[in-house]
Design a protein around this ligand. Structure first.
Ligand code: ARG
Length: 588
């Protein structure tokens, strides 16, 4: 019964769901196509709760319907169906089906995951730092969560457009350019300072410019004139602006490289990109009566949301001085993403304080007829990163925490942990491992927390070996590779499907079977922590398996089958971590 398979394969969960669905159609044709409500279960392998809602619809007793279904659920993979409680069905699959699944999955590069998002074009707005400012703690979550979602949707077959909505336009640049021209001795180029320090220098110049603007009316006038020059396209001013954007992008690129996120310069579509569309967007909103004039300005008054004074919440489409701002740009942006990019789905990954802003943007886009029911739009809001005091994370001096510093702290903590575990590691190797473990820890700590919750940035806890951490998962994965190296077996998909399945093997096989369902769940809820929790549970299920079932010393065919189980667990962990953007090297 040795079986080698290279075919893509449906999860057992899907096979069972189909069997229940067919049984429903057979005993109650009027309910054909109803959700079979099949889940993993503690009492059997799977459970279907379909009888309860269906019996409610037809006014019959749910346990009668469940009993009827029991007799007709038929699939070679199903060993036993038992009705239980008020109308549940407990479903057990055959041992052979479990082993067959293992073999098939090992031969499938997609690990049994289909492409349910195929045909969907999804625009994910994430990261979006501001030019001439440093990336700070506030940009960590959007960058990591957005990237995780981009990876999951991409793997599920969607066409993902990564949209890095850089803050690269606005009146502040007139002021900064004027200040730079008046203070040419101050360095701010990456070539002179390195990318990271260059953007620090720009950030400093920007603050100095602002202080001068407030203190010196002459400078303020010259700065205002410079804003006009920038908007009018004065070549020298525009060239300087481009140079500032380019230097800032180098610094963002350095952070993206370090974080290992997918964002590239091709994904930059900053606010300036939409600048040429602002006037026509405003005209269209006015023409459709969605926007209205108000004291020389143009606004959209919400029909759904009122402010504290009971007045409708408003978006500023055009200011009374004729200028455009953040609201205007987001209106032009959503219009562009729908009309030109032809998105089926739009995600905006920003913190929850922007909820009202996006509600108003979405409402306006609906009223303007851009956003139809065929398009899904979500503000993927997330909670705040807190400091050790439980308040929004600040430096000791009360300033904004630089993202680079935060990453350095995590890598230093990881270095201490790894050095303690492997005291003989050469320094260069230790540095490389610490970097991988530290960055992985930061990403995992973020992605394993329920998105809407606040969490505390605690490098020591994030990099702990034990507990729900990225380091734990990276080690769990590497440990399986070390078992496989000791096994010395070539990488084949050989499994003896006639062997009996031990309880710990069964638990692991069923956990592996869940991978596709978990990814679908992440896509449906936009909550990457469901994948993180799954991987952590999988690693622990593996540990229980490994504690109860010897692998290398087991007699055949158990040995071969268990090696296959190790291999599929390692692959599933690595693939899952990769979808979270976390490295999973075979050796740490
Ligand atoms: N640049 C903004 C910030 O740093 C975030 C932009 C988010 N995206 C958007 N389309 N508004 O807060």
């Amino acid at each position: 019964d040795l079986e080698v398979s290279t075919a893509a394969v449906a999860p057992l969960l899907a096979t069972v769901a189909t069997a229940v669905s067919e049984a429903i159609g057979r005993v109650r044709p009027e309910f054909a196509g109803a959700d079979p409500v099949v889940r993993r279960s503690e009492r059997a392998d799977f459970q279907s709760n379909a009888a309860l809602p269906l019996a409610k619809r037809s006014g019959e007793a749910p346990n009668r319907l469940a009993a009827e279904l029991t007799g007709v659920i038929a699939d070679p993979a199903v060993a036993e169906v038992r009705p239980s409680g008020p109308g549940f069905l407990n479903i057990t699959v055959t041992d052979a089906a479990l082993w067959t699944q293992l073999a098939a999955r090992l031969g499938d590069a997609r690990l049994g995951v289909g492409c349910p998002e195929h045909g969907q074009r999804i625009v994910i707005d994430y990261s979006a730092p501001n030019v001439a400012k440093e990336m700070h703690v506030g940009h960590l979550r959007t960058t990591i969560i957005g990237d995780g979602l981009a990876r999951v949707f991409g793997f599920l077959g969607a066409e993902v457009v990564r949209a890095n909505h850089l803050g690269d336009w606005g009146t502040q640049f007139g002021m900064l350019i004027q200040f730079i021209d008046e203070n040419p001795e101050q360095p701010w180029h990456a070539d002179d300072l390195g990318a990271d320090s260059a953007v620090s220098a720009l950030d400093g110049l920007y603050k100095a410019a602002r202080a001068r603007f407030d203190a010196d009316p002459g400078f303020a006038d010259r700065a205002r004139a410079r804003v006009v020059a920038l908007q009018a396209g004065d070549p020298a001013t525009v060239a300087r602006w481009r140079e500032i954007v380019a230097e800032s992008e180098k610094a963002f690129g350095a952070i993206y490289d370090r974080l290992g996120v997918l964002l590239t310069p091709d994904d930059y579509a900053g606010e300036s990109f939409y600048n040429p569309m602002l006037a026509e967007t405003t005209a269209e909103l006015l023409g459709k009566g969605v926007a209205v004039p108000s004291d020389g300005a143009v606004v959209v008054l919400s029909e759904q949301v009122t402010g504290p004074d009971d007045a409708p919440a408003a978006l500023m489409v055009r200011k009374s001085d004729g200028g455009y701002g953040y609201d205007s740009t987001d209106l032009a942006t959503i219009r562009y993403r729908i009309a030109t990019l032809r998105a089926d789905r739009l995600l905006y990954v920003t913190d929850s304080r922007q909820s009202l802003h996006f509600r108003l943007i979405f409402e306006t886009a609906r009223r303007a007829g851009w956003l139809t029911d065929a398009i899904t739009v979500d503000h993927v809001a997330y909670g705040t990163i807190l400091g050790p005091d439980g308040k929004p994370f600040k430096t000791r001096a009360g300033g904004t925490v630089r993202l680079m510093d935060l990453l350095d702290d995590a890598v230093a903590a990881a270095r201490a942990v790894v050095a303690e575990k492997n005291p003989d590691l050469p320094a260069a190797e230790l540095d490389a491992i610490a970097e991988r473990a530290g960055i992985g820890a930061v990403k995992y700590a973020d992605l394993s927390t329920s998105r809407v919750k606040d969490y505390m940035f605690d490098p020591a806890r994030m990099t702990a070996f034990n507990g729900n951490t990225g380091v734990y998962l990276q080690y769990a994965h590497a440990r399986i590779h070390s078992i496989l190296r000791k096994a010395g077996e070539p990488d084949h998909a050989r499994v003896d499907t006639a062997a009996p399945v031990e309880p710990a093997e069964r638990a692991l096989l069923l956990a592996l079977d869940d991978f596709a369902a978990v990814l679908a769940d992440v896509a449906a809820t936009l909550e990457p922590h469901r994948l993180a929790t799954y991987l952590y549970d999988l690693a622990r299920t593996f540990t229980t398996f490994y504690d109860t079932c010897p692998v290398l010393t087991a007699p055949e065919p158990a040995r071969t089958n268990r090696i296959a189980l190790c291999r599929l667990t390692a692959r599933t962990l690595a693939h899952g971590l990769d979808l979270l953007g976390i490295a999973a090297p075979a050796r740490l």
